[in-house]
Design a protein. Structure first.
Length: 337
């Protein structure tokens, strides 16, 4: 005999509260309830494995219980962050819908307007420009930024210290006896690029390496995932032709392009050129030689974002978070003797 699914009444009975209280918790109207009461309801939901009817709730509350995650490209970094956001959101019976703007400001604006019109519960945004304008009508739902920050806005954010990260990466390359370092950057209009360029410049100044703008390359010819890979490829070809013996690639896609260019040249990583990338993954360890990278705290970023957006949905105040990165040293950037 098929077991009946637990009901709202069952949850209320196990939690020892009224059905109205359970409904308020599920519909994020629990700001006046004590943490103890909310915890009792959430524990009962978990114990019973209760799954509310999302469609019915959406009709009643005007919210779909969907979190929109708008990413700028298909960088694996965002896929890993999404996994953590999904995991945390499921604990609160929230679902995540992801869409890519492919670094297009117009497409990003269209996506935001679409999600707002569909009454999503909140939006996690990776902005395509640091000066991207947030329309006031969008703010009827909670919006936060992730990875990249927006200027002149009070939107909360989850990010890392990009200046420190690029400084550490460049410093490591220069400590490997490289005379000059080529820098591969993404879109020049985003906060991560601005911070990483500053970190690169700080390390060069510390090592008395003249700053040469012709050794800095941006992915600004066109937009999107494939364009970034191609940009990294073409920039690295130029770097190698100039005889530069060090490279810092500031994201995964640029690193892919750089590695392709190096593989097609007569250069050998570690012997002829030192390279440090951004974002760690399993293939960095199986690549030959194993790749030195700046590892961003993907798990912590995703968890922090999910917890922040849930608090925003409940009307709570939050503070922006800036996390630290870590240099993972492997064979592509070991000291020359």
């Amino acid at each position: 005999m098929k077991k009946n699914k637990p009901t709202l009444h069952d949850v209320a009975t196990v939690a020892g509260v009224s059905i109205a209280t359970v409904s308020n918790v599920l519909n994020h109207k629990s700001t006046e309830l004590s943490d103890k009461t909310k915890d009792k309801v959430l524990k009962a939901i978990e114990t019973l494995n209760y799954e509310p009817n999302q469609f019915a709730r959406g009709l009643k509350t005007g919210r779909s219980n969907i979190i929109a995650f708008i990413v700028p490209d298909q960088n694996p970094f965002f896929t890993e962050v999404l996994t953590e956001i999904n995991h945390e959101c499921q604990k609160q019976h929230l679902h995540v819908a992801v869409a890519s703007s492919e670094e297009s400001e117009d497409k990003q604006r269209e996506l935001i307007e679409t999600f707002v019109s569909q009454n999503v519960s909140a939006i996690i945004l990776v902005p395509v420009k640091s000066k991207f304008h947030i329309n006031s009508e969008w703010l009827k739902i909670p919006i936060m930024t992730l990875d990249r920050e927006l200027e002149a806005t009070s939107l909360p954010s989850i990010s890392v210290d990009n200046q420190e990260a690029a400084y550490i990466a460049t410093k490591r390359v220069l400590e490997s006896n490289c005379k000059e370092v080529g820098l591969l950057l993404a879109n020049p209009d985003i906060s991560t690029t601005i911070g990483r360029k500053k970190g690169y410049e700080s390390a060069c100044l510390e090592f008395n390496v003249p700053l040469d703008e012709t050794s800095i390359y941006y992915s600004n010819r066109q937009l999107g995932t494939n364009a970034q890979i191609k940009s990294g490829y073409e920039a690295t070809q130029k770097i190698l032709k100039k005889g530069i013996d060090g490279i810092v690639a500031t994201n995964h896609l640029l690193l892919l392009g750089a590695l392709q260019a190096i593989n097609e040249s007569a250069k050998v990583i570690k012997r002829d050129v030192i390279i440090v990338g951004f974002d760690d993954s399993y293939w960095n360890e199986i690549y030959t030689p194993k790749l030195t990278v700046i590892s961003q705290p993907v798990k912590e970023i995703g968890q922090a974002a999910a917890k922040m957006i849930y608090k925003l949905i409940q009307g709570e105040q939050v503070q922006s978070v800036k996390l630290s990165t870590k240099l993972i040293i492997r064979e592509s950037c070991t000291f020359n003797n």
